[in-house]
Design a protein around this ligand. Structure first.
Ligand SMILES: *Cc1c(COP(=O)(O)O)cnc(C)c1O
Length: 362
């Protein structure tokens, strides 16, 4: 059974070596006689797995000691609620709305306090990142919120917003570990792992210790308090054990690839192959302002917005082994997600296929 080139936006491609290792360890993890799926989360063998995963993530991202790393459940979307519940002290936060995920986070936060939309790119279907150098940041804002890479629209922040001294919170679900990050620029970074790191079911929160509070409103669920999770080292209840194990294997793989600087170089090279082709193609074009282009998600359409031709392209691409290229329903067209685990040959072969399709359908 041949593996396909999987361009899914999420859950998405994982490194083949990681899948093979997981397969090898499936029945007997390191002589324990058990699968990681079967072992107690309180056992020594599992404790080593979660501790090592945390250590490897800390090494990769150079996470300072005054930040906690929490392995949680509920996906990125649950953090849309957990963040305001934990971080709103004044009950105010400012949101930069650059796509549907940021919009959902903004809407969810309105349940818990005053959530201000201080910038948006919705006027042009989120195809650009607004100028964030001098925004009307609220004096009493507890934090400023961004979605660092917009999975659906294919835009990314290349420069962080000027928060005028306020804490920055970022959703990095779709670009975590794709490039170096200066963790100290943020009060909190979170990511659902199913885009660039592991199987769905794990969300990781990296939060500065002084933002973890004990004086939250009564209504905040015990499970959603960062304090609960931090005090218990993410083992307050049963964590998503197997998913965390796979994340740990992926962290080791990223290390073996040379870490985040090397990952960035690799991703830039890969994305350039696709963007360069799109820029000169007479049939296809990217949908995003050039300076804001994501390295991870590349939406594109036919130049004359020919829905039939796009459907034909997606169908033939699928048959040729390039799968999950259909664009998000809000943008239409196509989207190639080229996360860390997508090999360079995957993009080279996709571009070859696109060239041949273009030639055959002139
Ligand atoms: C996929 C995605 C989400 C939603 O993740 P869930 O784990 O399904 O809740 C949120 N933000 C971004 C940027 C995403 O790409």
């Amino acid at each position: 059974m041949a593996r396909v080139y999987n361009f899914s936006a999420g859950p998405s491609i994982l490194p083949e070596v990681v899948l093979k290792q997981a397969a090898e360890e499936m029945l007997d993890y390191k002589g324990s006689g058990q699968s990681v799926m079967e072992m107690s989360h309180r056992s020594k063998v599992y404790d080593d797995i979660i501790k090592e995963a945390e250590k490897d993530l800390r090494d990769l991202m150079d996470i300072p000691d005054n930040y906690k790393v929490l392995f949680l459940q509920g996906g990125a979307s649950q953090q849309f609620a957990a963040i305001p519940m934990n971080l709103m002290k004044n009950g105010v936060a400012d949101f930069i709305v650059t796509g549907q995920w940021a919009k959902k986070a903004w809407q969810e936060a309105q349940k818990y306090g005053k959530a201000n939309k201080i910038a948006s790119s919705e006027d042009k279907t989120f195809s650009y990142i607004p100028d964030c150098s001098d925004l009307p940041i609220s004096d009493d804002a507890d934090y400023v919120y961004i979605c660092h890479n917009n999975t659906i629209y294919g835009t990314a922040f290349k420069e962080l917003p000027n928060t005028k001294g306020k804490i920055l919170v970022a959703d990095m679900s779709s670009d975590i570990l794709s490039q170096p990050v200066n963790v100290e620029d943020y009060g909190l970074i979170f990511f659902g792992v199913q885009k660039n790191v592991g199987p769905a079911g794990v969300v990781i929160v990296i939060v500065r210790e002084d933002l973890i509070r004990d004086d939250l409103p009564e209504f905040v669920p015990t499970m959603l308090k960062y304090k609960t999770q931090a005090d218990a080292d993410s083992l307050y209840n049963t964590p998503p054990c197997y998913g965390i194990y796979i994340c740990g294997l992926v962290f080791k793989w990223v290390k073996s690839m040379g870490g985040l600087k090397a990952m960035k170089a690799h991703n830039e090279k890969k994305a350039k192959i696709l963007y360069d082709y799109l820029d000169q193609s007479e049939m296809f074009m990217g949908t995003v302002v050039e300076k804001d282009r994501s390295l991870m998600n590349v939406p594109f359409v036919t130049r004359n917005h020919d829905a039939d031709l796009e459907a034909k392209f997606v169908k033939e691409a699928t048959e040729a082994g390039f799968v999950n290229l259909k664009g998000h329903r809000s943008v239409g067209g196509m989207r190639a997600s080229i996360y860390n685990a997508m090999p360079i040959e995957g993009v080279e072969k996709l571009v070859e296929f696109m060239k041949a399709f273009e030639e055959a359908n002139k």
